[in-house]
Design a protein around this ligand. Structure first.
Ligand SMILES: Cc1cc2nc3c(=O)[nH]c(=O)nc-3n(C[C@H](O)[C@H](O)[C@H](O)COP(=O)(O)OP(=O)(O)OC[C@H]3O[C@@H](n4cnc5c(N)ncnc54)[C@H](O)[C@@H]3O)c2cc1C
Length: 397
């Protein structure tokens, strides 16, 4: 079990963070991956995260260890990647986000939004050039889709690539790009005369610049940047040849959203166990807070929602590993599980009273982070509308 379950009350017959024995549904490899990442988060990441969050700093010193654990591009076979199944990837996301959503975002972008499209849509030369170095953490990637005028509507994209002999000339900008300023390679989606295409921009290309977005109150242990393209000349060899049209970026988002269906379970578990422990120890009106009916109902509701999220994520992972996962199922899981975690983080913050407003305790940090997670990779509304479209056959976007 992850160390969070070590905090369970000794009298409990059931594991408070695994009420339905989901662990019994995991293979030995899946359990080993989960426990290994849990140890890394407890021993290496959590001692750094609160300070990184407070000082608005990405803890880049963790990159070599994340790489050594095989967490970059973990689902890719070959190219020095670990070739694990989708449930393992989900468990990785869950444990990383038990530490911090910024840490999970960092790995999600590298794995699902940069390595995945290079592996899926790239030429053999592009795969050989980028994937091993990205697996080793020697190159960090970012994914440039969103533009300032409307992230929910990527079809309104203005960034443009014009063919010029053997090259392309790219102009435009991207907004809210995770890992932007530390990326050696950026997957940038641009309009062309043939539709949206993906290009691998290299940090040193003339005309390509970045600017970090400051004053964030969310994902403070993560870098978020703007990308600018001023007549960037990109060889055709840097274009992803395997896809044309919006289905390219949208298929990447499905991969990342799958991981985000798991990640917030970790954040919710961290908040829930913190609130549970606090409620048992805090004496008010001569008895532990945990002895009151309203507090027990709130804790029970957290446990109920975590349990359903765990089962939802695991079934989604099994469907993915069988090649049967539908994007609408991912929408439902991303929406449900992020909403679950955000509600639990807010309630746990409240249960801690005044103590809950400091980053001494994790709930307010997770709560603030989850405000980004509910917005990025499709807002809750966007996923509700995706499910609505599936049910009615009518697009209401
Ligand atoms: C910290 C962070 C990191 C990010 N990282 C990346 C990244 O690495 N790469 C990348 O490309 N993008 C990234 N994003 C961008 C993210 O995906 C967008 O912020 C998101 O898609 C929403 O777009 P927007 O901010 O432009 O909001 P808008 O699209 O303007 O939405 C504003 C509001 O309108 C609602 N809305 C939208 N459409 C409808 C509708 N049809 N009907 C009713 N309401 C609607 C939305 O739900 C939302 O409440 C990141 C964002 C953040 C905050």
């Amino acid at each position: 079990m992850s160390s969070s379950s070590a905090q369970k009350p000794s009298t409990a017959a059931l594991d408070p963070v695994d009420l339905y024995d989901v662990r019994d549904l995991l293979s030995e490899e899946e359990l080993m991956v989960r426990d290994t990442v849990a140890r890394f988060v407890d021993e290496r990441a959590l001692p750094l995260i609160p300070e990184a969050f407070d000082t608005h700093r990405f803890p880049a010193e963790l990159i070599p260890e994340i790489a050594a654990l095989g967490l970059f591009g973990s689902s890719i076979e070959g190219y020095d990647c670990a070739g694990m199944n989708s449930v393992c990837y989900g468990l990785i996301c869950q444990e990383l986000e038990r530490g911090d959503s910024g840490l999970r975002s960092f790995v999600s972008v590298q794995s699902s939004l940069v390595m995945w499209p290079i592996h899926r849509y790239g030429s053999e030369a592009q795969k050989q050039r980028w994937l091993p170095r990205m697996a080793h953490g020697d190159v960090i990637g970012c994914f440039g889709l969103t533009e300032a005028h409307g992230g929910s509507d990527p079809a309104s994209m203005k960034t443009h690539a014009r063919r010029d002999g053997d090259d392309w000339i790219i102009n435009g900008s991207k907004m809210w790009i995770t890992n932007g300023s530390i990326a050696g390679v950026a997957v940038v989606w641009a309009q062309t005369d043939d539709g949206v295409q993906g290009f691998l921009l290299e940090a040193e290309m003339p005309g390509f610049s970045t600017h970090d977005i400051g004053r964030k109150f969310s994902l403070r242990a993560s870098i978020t940047s703007e990308l600018y393209f001023d007549n960037v000349r990109v060889p055709d060899a840097n274009r992803l040849p395997g896809v044309c049209g919006l289905k390219g970026p949208l298929s990447c988002l499905t991969q990342a959203r799958y991981g985000i269906s798991w990640g917030p379970i970790g954040a919710a578990i961290a908040c829930f166990t913190t609130a549970l422990e606090y409620a048992r120890e805090r004496i008010l009106f001569g008895r532990p807070m945990a002895a009151t009916q309203t507090v027990q109902r709130r804790l029970a509701d957290m446990a109920r929602r975590i349990t359903t999220a765990q089962l939802l994520a695991l079934q989604l992972g099994r469907l993915k590993d069988q090649g049967r996962m539908h994007p609408t199922q991912v929408s439902l899981a991303k929406w449900n599980n992020v909403r679950m975690a955000l509600d639990i983080a807010r309630d746990a913050r409240d249960l801690l009273g005044g103590a809950g407003i400091t980053t001494e305790y994790c709930p307010i940090r997770h709560m603030l982070n989850l405000e980004s997670v509910v917005t990025y990779e499709g807002t809750q509304t966007v996923h509700e509308l995706a499910l609505g479209r599936e049910l009615t056959g009518i697009s209401a976007f």
